[in-house]
Design a protein around this ligand. Structure first.
Ligand SMILES: [Zn+2]
Ligand SMILES: [Zn+2]
Length: 186
């Protein structure tokens, strides 16, 4: 007999709690709870400071910015902040899960405020542009691999590499000379 009833209390789906934790911090969660950045910082155990608030805003309004661009945006909002303080804040916000760090091979780390939903990324090999792609199969199926090898898994990242439409259009121009593969740095 098939058990069609879904009860969300005790004896419910074994993954229910994990799913709730997973949702927490997502933009949906923010909308549902009306949380703001100051509340987020406090509940993460961090002091609420102008640079941290500015950083969350800059990262959210940008598209997977690197530290240099984030620093520029934060300074535009709050004046001088040392580079060390920028990196400290990026690390603190990433550690508590308010920011997510993406580290595509061969390019500087990027940051985003879209956290907790386990989405994936398209990265352009030519210009380094990073684009979000949703997990097509729904709620983070990649968090349940066929074998966990004893790991307590909390994140799965898939990076799709390719060439973005803009770079494809530019490379279609015949003026570009061929760059020999395998040649080392000069
Ligand atoms: Zn590109
Ligand atoms: Zn993203």
């Amino acid at each position: 007999m098939v058990n069609a009833g879904v009860s969300v209390g005790s004896g419910g789906a074994p993954n229910f709690l994990e799913r709730v934790v997973f949702l927490k911090g997502s933009s949906l969660w923010r909308r549902l709870t009306g949380m703001d950045d100051a509340t987020d910082l406090r509940s993460a155990g961090l002091r609420v400071t102008a640079p941290r608030l500015a950083m969350l805003e800059v990262v959210r309004s940008g598209n997977h910015l690197d530290a240099e661009h984030i620093a520029r945006g934060v300074r535009e909002k709050v004046g001088h902040v040392s580079t060390q303080a920028i990196y400290d804040a990026l690390n603190a916000l990433t550690r508590v899960g308010l920011l997510r760090r993406i580290e595509p091979a061969g390019s500087p780390a990027r940051y985003e405020a879209r956290v907790g939903d386990n989405h994936h990324h398209l990265v352009c090999r030519v210009c380094g542009t990073v684009t979000d792609v949703d997990c097509v199969a729904g709620a983070a199926p990649c968090l349940e691999p066929s074998g966990s090898h004893g790991f307590a898994i909390d994140e799965a990242e898939v990076v799709f590499w390719g060439v973005c439409p803009q770079c494809r259009a530019e490379s279609a121009s015949p003026a570009q000379g061929h760059v020999g593969a395998g040649s080392g740095p000069a």
